[in-house]
Design a protein around this ligand. Structure first.
Ligand SMILES: Nc1ncnc2c1ncn2[C@@H]1O[C@H](COP(=O)(O)OP(=O)(O)OP(=O)(O)O)[C@@H](O)[C@H]1O
Length: 459
């Protein structure tokens, strides 16, 4: 349904021949006219257009490959073709309509029918782009897609952390977006216009990490034919991102500690100290506290880095974000190469929702990318994503009692979080008495302030 506040949609009327062949039907939209593919291309680059019409007459057969390339590039638009009925016998035309168009209408145009088709095409386009993510208003991390409460919290944290110049430690499983979060911290900081230098400590051979980070003078060691600046100096005025910090060799840990204490670096083979102004953001997927206990990571360095810490939650804990991200990457990849796949089937989306995503966002990207290549129908199915067994897994069909208990636990936790632990407000929200809420919380092992304010106790 159209809501009054929705902005008017713009539709593209692309007619390389007679613009008057048919009148543009009136509707809750406005028309942008293009009399050539090139002009159409310009309009589509400048404006967000969900639905377009093009005319196809016999004389256009010669330029059909150009039209097809154009439609491939702009496959995010729902295209409606107005076709000379004679052309419907042409295999090339049939293929083009089948692959790239939402619908077609044979000429002469019946304005009422065309209006209905356009209405449907617009509805479908809105449906498919409904979850199209964008930056959350007023928050850092515009590139970080996510609307779940945990991700909103992460984005709020990033905004706050961005304002302060202290070191940051980002924890989280592999593929959860730690590097993206580090970049978001940089973008939210006063250093945003400075460089963002990233180094993956696990990917650089142990013998080279020192020189990669701090640089070296010419002849400092065998193979050092030229003097070289390290990542730390290149990050001057900006942010240095140390990914997989847990893999930093112990001797380099001491140099890094010295640098964090003095903000000076000394290239290998040099006796001169250089002053640099760098903010460090480190990330790890291993438990650094355990590494400290086991003597693999210096305790003093750990405390230097662990000033502002936040965790990137695993994808399985981000509610509907997996579906949102799948749609986001689908849009990104179809823009990149053009594709005839139109989106996800309902079963495809359900398999994405149910999967546990051990490889997190990176796994999701790979599965969507592969599905877009392998998909043989218009909508991505669970088997294209390699997730067919997810729907069949008996684990997804659980006894009602268990499902109810989970839902209850989640509702109580969320209500308490929403009302910052205020039991009366949470109880009102859940439409139960305070006593019932205490009883249920006790049953589910949820700590809430006791009736006389005993913080964190289960009464
Ligand atoms: N919330 C998100 N929105 C959009 N893209 C994301 C998001 N999270 C992760 N990605 C993408 O997922 C991929 C993996 O993210 P990233 O490299 O930041 O993860 P990581 O936690 O640093 O992984 P690792 O620990 O293996 O280095 C990247 O391509 C990144 O752009």
């Amino acid at each position: 349904m159209d809501s009054g506040s929705r902005p008017t949609q713009r539709l593209l009327w692309l007619a390389s021949m007679d613009l008057h062949a048919a009148p543009c039907p009136e509707g809750p939209w406005e028309w942008q006219r293009a009399d050539s593919l090139r002009r159409g291309e310009q309009i589509l680059e400048e404006q967000r257009i969900l639905v377009g019409i093009f005319l196809l007459a016999r004389k256009d057969l010669v330029t059909l490959p150009h039209l097809e390339a154009f439609l491939r590039r702009h496959c995010q638009v729902e295209w409606v073709a107005l076709v000379d009925p004679e052309l419907l016998w042409e295999p090339r035309v049939r293929e083009l309509l089948g692959h790239w168009c939402y619908d077609f209408h044979s000429t002469p145009v019946d304005p009422n029918r065309l209006r209905v088709i356009l209405g449907h095409a617009l509805g479908m386009a809105r449906l498919l782009t409904r979850g199209e993510p964008g930056p959350l208003p007023g928050q850092a991390g515009g590139m970080l897609v996510g609307e779940s409460p945990v991700m909103r919290q992460v984005l709020r944290t990033i905004t706050k952390v961005g304002r302060v110049d202290a070191p940051v430690l980002i924890t989280g499983e592999s593929g959860t977006g730690k590097e993206l979060a580090a970049r978001a911290v940089h973008d939210a900081s006063p250093r945003a216009s400075g460089p963002f230098e990233a180094i993956n400590c696990a990917a650089v051979p142990a013998a080279l990490v020192q020189s990669e980070l701090f640089g070296h003078e010419r002849g400092a060691f065998t193979g050092a034919h030229r003097a070289r600046q390290g990542h730390v100096c290149r990050a001057d005025g900006g942010t240095l991102f140390l990914d997989e910090i847990g893999d930093l060799p112990l001797e380099v840990q001491s140099t890094l500690l010295r640098f964090l204490q003095n903000q000076t670096v000394q290239r290998i083979g040099s006796d001169r100290e250089e002053k640099v102004d760098v903010r460090v953001v480190a990330a790890t997927h291993v438990d650094l506290e355990a590494a400290v206990r086991e003597g693999r990571f210096r305790e003093d360095l750990f405390y230097r880095l662990d000033v502002l810490r936040f965790q990137m939650p695993p994808l399985r804990e981000r509610d509907a974000d997996a579906v949102l991200l799948a749609r986001h990457f689908y849009q990104t990849f179809s823009r990149e190469r053009g594709h005839r796949v139109k989106g996800f089937s309902a079963a495809g989306l359900e398999s994405i929702r149910l999967h546990r995503w051990p490889g997190n966002v990176r796994e999701l990207i790979n599965r969507v990318r592969r599905a877009m290549v392998l998909c043989e129908s218009r909508y991505i199915q669970p088997w294209d994503l390699g997730l067919e067994e997810v729907l069949e897994a008996p684990a997804n069909l659980r006894p009602l009692e268990e499902v109810r208990a989970d839902a209850e636990r989640e509702a109580i936790t969320r209500a308490l979080a929403l009302h910052q632990g205020n039991v009366s407000a949470a109880a009102r929200h859940l439409e139960v008495s305070r006593i019932t809420l205490y009883r249920m919380a006790r049953r589910h092992g949820i700590p809430i302030p006791g009736p006389r304010g005993g913080d964190g106790a289960v009464p």
